[in-house]
Design a binder for this molecule. Structure first.
Ligand SMILES: Nc1nc2c(ncn2[C@@H]2O[C@H](COP(=O)(O)OP(=O)(O)OP(=O)(O)O)[C@@H](O)[C@H]2O)c(=O)[nH]1
Length: 210
C-alpha cells in the first residue's frame, strides 16, 4: 500500500448497534464472514487504501475480523457517539486519497461497480452521492473529495448540526440518480442491516449466493 493514495475507502463502524442487541453488528458473523469484513473485501479491489472508523473499544474485535484479509488502518473517533457524520469526518481525516468512498459497515451488499462509478462521477467535483426515489440521499454509500468534505463536516458540527445530509449543502456534488445506479448495481447495494431479523435474512441470501 502506498503512502499517497488516489482513492481511499472509509468504512463506518462507530455506532452502537442498538437495534441489533447486545453484540456489535460490525463484527457479527454473517454467513461465515464478519459483516464489516464483507464490506472491506468488496471495496479493497477498487481503492488504494481502506480506513475503518470506529470507537477505541472496538479496535481489537475489528482487527480480529480483518485478520488475514486486506490491509486496513483505523481512524478512532476522538470523541465517540457524535453520529455518523462525525465518523465520516474522522475517517476522512485519516484517509490519504484525494477522493474517498464512504460506506457503512452494515451494507454487506455494497456493489464495487457502483462505487467505482461514483469515483468517476465525483471527479472534478466535491462528491458523488446516489439518490433513490428522487429523495433519499445515500450519504453512507457515496464518494467525497476528502478535504472539502472534512471542512463541510467541521462547519456543520460547529453549527451544532449532526444531520448526515447537512454537509452536502456546502458541497458541489453530483447526484447519481436511481436510473443511473441501476446501470451499475441493483438497489440491494444500499440495503443496511440493523436488526437480528434483517441479519438472518441477509445471511440466508448470501449463503444462497455463494
Ligand atoms: N463514528 C460513528 N459512527 C456511527 C455513529 N452512529 C452510527 N455510526 C455508523 O453509521 C452507520 C449507520 O448507523 P446505524 O445504521 O444507525 O448503526 P448503529 O448506530 O450502529 O445502529 P443503531 O444503534 O441500531 O441505530 C453505521 O455504519 C454505524 O456504525 C457514531 O456515533 N459515530
Amino acid at each position: 500500500m502506498s503512502l499517497e493514495s488516489d482513492r481511499s475507502a472509509v468504512v463506518l463502524a462507530g455506532g452502537h448497534s442498538t437495534r441489533f442487541g447486545d453484540a456489535d453488528k460490525a463484527v457479527a458473523d454473517l454467513a461465515g464472514t464478519p459483516m464489516l469484513r464483507r464490506v472491506v473485501d468488496r471495496l479493497d479491489s477498487i481503492v488504494d487504501e481502506v480506513v475503518v472508523n470506529c470507537r477505541e473499544d472496538q479496535v481489537p474485535a475489528i482487527e480480529d475480523a480483518l485478520a488475514g484479509g486486506p490491509a486496513a488502518t483505523f481512524a478512532v473517533d476522538p470523541v465517540p457517539d457524535r453520529g455518523p457524520m462525525a465518523g465520516i469526518m474522522t475517517g476522512l481525516r485519516a484517509a490519504t486519497g484525494e477522493y474517498a468512498a464512504v460506506v457503512a459497515c452494515d451494507m454487506p451488499f455494497v456493489d464495487p461497480a457502483l462505487i467505482a462509478h461514483c469515483f468517476e462521477r465525483a471527479a472534478g467535483r466535491e462528491a458523488a452521492v446516489p439518490r433513490v426515489d428522487d429523495q433519499w440521499f445515500q450519504t453512507t454509500q457515496a464518494v467525497y473529495r476528502t478535504d472539502p468534505m472534512i471542512a463541510a463536516c467541521e462547519r456543520a458540527l460547529k453549527r451544532g448540526d449532526r444531520r448526515i445530509v447537512e454537509p452536502l449543502s456546502d458541497l458541489d456534488y453530483a447526484v447519481v440518480d436511481e436510473d443511473e445506479v441501476r446501470e451499475y448495481a441493483s438497489l440491494e447495494t444500499f440495503e443496511n442491516v440493523n436488526t437480528r431479523e434483517e441479519f438472518a435474512a441477509a445471511a440466508e441470501r448470501l449463503a444462497t449466493d455463494s
